[in-house]
Design a binder for this molecule. Sequence first.
Ligand code: NAP
Ligand code: G4F
Length: 343
Amino acid sequence: MKNALITGITGQDGSYLAELLLEKGYNVYGIMRRKSEVTYGNVEHIKEKIHFIYADMTDPISLISAMKISQPDEVYNLAAQSFVATSWDTPLGTADIDALGVTNMLEAIRIVKPEARFYQASTSEMFGLVQAIPQSETTPFYPRSPYGVAKLYGHWITKNYRESYNMYACSGILFNHESERRGKEFVTRKITDAVSRIKQNVQDHIELGNMDAKRDWGHSKDYVNAMWLMLQQETPDDYVIATNETRTVREFVEIAFRCVDIEVEWSGEGINEIGKDKATGKEIVKINPQFFRPAEVEILIGDPAKADTNLGWEREIPFAELVERMVKNDMKLVAKEIKAANL
Ligand code: NAP
Ligand code: G4F
């Protein structure tokens, strides 16, 4: 039986990865931050099966302890301040966790168990102002946010430890992946939550920022499988994980509303653009400049050919199903909320 240590286990990806590793028979250890109220986030439903260790990416001693306790064969470093917009508000905190935190983890591995295999959660945000379309492992990086810059450090330090110390250390350059467990501040979940509230008459409209931004969106469940595959190879390497499809935020809005039989009709331009419910004429989508970013990543579309060839990785959940699953789940959650409020 293998031991795995997951940082960021309470997050979206951490929860799907924990489920996958438990299914495969791993002993799963997860690091958790101390909060004023004990909550298990996305792993509430499997908390009895996980060995939790209190630690923090910014506290190297706690990571050394976590390594000693868990004696992992595989370490998945998913912990991060992962919301791009907030990285302009907390640039140093983001760098502490997302950049230096990676070195803290790598050093803890080197000290306690250097033969442990290491996965780093790198990101398509590192491509930023894209230098090629589609983006692959050989595309030059040009990050556009404090988050992207911090993650680029994490990416290179992982490669550096592989080359300096011959460690089995890989980075997955993952493009956007979403799910029913996505945080509500990210645009996809913000949309599916709002669609469900508008459909059930508990919200009038949704306010969004840049609707022209294009993203390559997949489902988290498929992407955690790629993380695992990367650590099962003979030699460590870095891989792009993506769907090779891209859509605007506006298209996501249209498709999500269509899941609840609402057709959006657009009018106006720029900050005056408005989306109306075609059947009722009600304004259901508005622009709020508050959600624009100081620097934007306009288009992401990844080429996963290397992962396909070397890992045999393929996404299983197509885009339309991703949106449908998220809307269905939020429709249920909102209905439950309404029922509870009426009681
Ligand atoms: P997420 O839902 O925001 O989860 C982040 C996790 O990190 C949470 O468990 C959080 O714990 C933990 N964390 C934050 N700061 C920490 C600290 N100082 N010490 C220990 N734990 C800390 O993110 P996700 O979507 O699952 O993404 C997982 C990883 O993949 C992240 O590194 C993200 O940057 C990267 N990534 C994500 C995507 C994507 O589209 N989802 C794409 C590329 C890369 P709390 O519960 O205590 O907050
Ligand atoms: O959903 P988002 O906040 O995700 P973003 O910035 O692409 O970052 C996510 O994917 C990265 C991989 O590329 C991860 F590394 C990162 O951790 C995170 O998971 O925003 C997507 C797009 C942006 O262009 C944003 O400007 O949607 C645009 N957008 C338009 N209106 C909005 C909104 N984003 C948010 N969050 N809220 C809006 O109202």
